[in-house]
Design a protein around this ligand. Structure first.
Ligand SMILES: Cc1cc2nc3c(=O)[nH]c(=O)nc-3n(C[C@H](O)[C@H](O)[C@H](O)COP(=O)(O)OP(=O)(O)OC[C@H]3O[C@@H](n4cnc5c(N)ncnc54)[C@H](O)[C@@H]3O)c2cc1C
Length: 411
């Protein structure tokens, strides 16, 4: 799958990342992880913490997939509102999903604090504004639901927004305790840490097929090597759909830009993360090197040619939208602009765990805008399943859960 076109700003923040050799011999291990993105590396960390010895392979390089296209917003609110999650999954399931994401931010911070390569993790509040006056009532409803279940959130009316920010919006929610990260650096930092702790990583090593029996699973690489493992953990990102298409998943296209570095951010208190109620939504953040990263303008196409044709226009439109929010900023330029495949699910939840027809295999499909947090949730669930321990959250995210057709979904 063609995952990304043109380079994101993150790659230049780590110009010479550590590289790993291709696999040139047969080997055996406890768990083979397929995928060196953030999902595979968070899974590796969790398994190693439990005394399990994984080996990791990637057909590209570490962070060479969607993890380098990621814009690094870490939020407890998902693309699907809490109100909508409660409607779809019931109060227990909907609130649990949001709580897992909220707890995940603290867990990710604890992991980042221990990494020797700085992943540029910063706690940030998120401003979620009403894109039009008609969205104010649903924003109020969301505020009430978030407050009722103890999520840290403030309601800002039109005057509050105008007094703090350089733009006017009818209302907004200020969600506290979210974060930002550099997705390329965190993935490499996790790889570096895992390698230092003895995990073997092989780049340019593709798993082509596999065969499981009662005792083990054998996975075969593009160079004809065989890896024998107790279990396989597929953290292969959106390309998992090429292995087995799931009706709940859809691959679309998304766009992002990074501006030139700026001296100051007038009208943008605390450099909070910003997004909106419209779907698809525009989202904006700043970086440690003082750029603005903005993204959105999703298109419902999985065709990379069609996706890339639109990239020049999308860059211009993203820049124009940011400039409209912050008119006091100097003229903005897109020093970076990229287009990427983006995976989401129709019901709004990631898909994690076992899959019919794939014995000894576990899957992480952290599809959705909060994919990094979903990878963290998946790391725990899959590690429990591999250890044969019950996990109370596994049922919520199981891959074969019943889902409604898209036309029946309530967003
Ligand atoms: C434009 C954009 C913006 C985003 N913004 C955010 C955001 O702000 N916050 C957030 O949390 N998430 C965001 N996401 C989502 C996030 O990028 C993904 O959830 C995350 O990168 C998925 O990581 P992954 O490790 O599962 O996949 P990947 O990073 O794609 O890693 C999978 C790896 O598996 C390898 N692989 C695949 N098949 C094989 C095989 N057969 N053999 C060997 N290796 C294989 C690939 O080469 C790849 O490196 C965004 C995504 C996009 C596209």
């Amino acid at each position: 799958m063609n995952l990304r076109t043109e380079k994101s700003n993150w790659l230049d923040t780590l110009p010479n990342p550590r590289s790993f050799p291709p696999l040139e011999e047969d080997l055996s291990c406890d768990v083979l992880i397929i995928g060196g993105g953030i999902s595979g590396l968070l899974a590796a960390r969790e398994l190693m913490n439990r005394g399990i010895k994984p080996v990791l392979v990637d057909k590209r390089s570490v962070a060479g997939g969607s993890s380098s296209a990621n814009t690094g917003l870490i939020q407890y609110s998902s693309d699907k509102s809490l109100v909508s999650c409660i409607n779809t999954f019931g109060e227990e399931g909907g609130v649990r999903f949001y709580k897992l994401c909220q707890e995940g931010i603290g867990q990710l911070k604890a992991i980042c604090d221990k990494l020797s390569l700085d992943p540029e993790f910063r706690l940030r509040d998120s401003l979620y504004y009403a894109s039009c006056p008609e969205d104010v009532s649903s924003l109020q409803e969301e505020y009430e639901a978030l407050s009722r279940f103890g999520f840290p959130v403030r309601y800002l009316d039109e005057a509050d927004v105008a007094s703090r920010y350089s733009f006017r919006k009818s209302a907004a929610l200020l969600c506290q305790g979210d974060a930002e990260v550099n997705p390329f650096r965190i993935t490499h930092a996790l790889a570096q840490s895992a390698a230092e702790n003895g995990m073997r990583i092989y780049e340019l090593t593709e798993i082509r097929h596999h065969k499981a029996d009662d005792t083990c699973i054998r996975l075969y690489t593009d160079r004809g090597k065989c890896i024998t493992a107790q279990y396989a953990l597929f953290a292969a990102g959106y390309e998992t759909q090429e292995m087995k298409r799931n009706a709940n998943a859809q691959i679309i296209s998304s766009y992002a830009i990074a501006t030139q570095p700026l001296d100051a951010f007038p009208g943008w208190p605390d450099r909070c993360l910003i997004w909106e109620t419209a779907r698809p939504y525009l989202y904006v953040r700043t970086t440690v090197d003082n750029r603005i990263v903005a993204g959105g303008m999703d298109e419902a196409t999985a065709d990379p040619e069609e996706r890339d044709r639109q990239l020049p226009l999308k860059k211009k439109r993203l820049i124009a939208e940011v400039q409209k929010l912050f008119p006091e900023l100097p003229p903005l330029r897109a020093e970076y602009g990229w287009a990427a495949a983006f995976g989401e699910t129709h019901d709004g939840l990631p898909m994690i765990g076992e899959q019919l027809g794939f014995p000894r295999c576990y899957f992480t499909m952290g599809y959705g805008g909060n994919g990094s947090l979903y990878s963290l949730i998946a790391a725990r669930i899959n590690a429990d399943l591999i250890e044969g321990k019950p996990n109370p959250d596994a049922a919520l995210f199981r891959i074969d859960r019943p889902t409604k057709t898209p036309a029946m979904q309530k967003n």
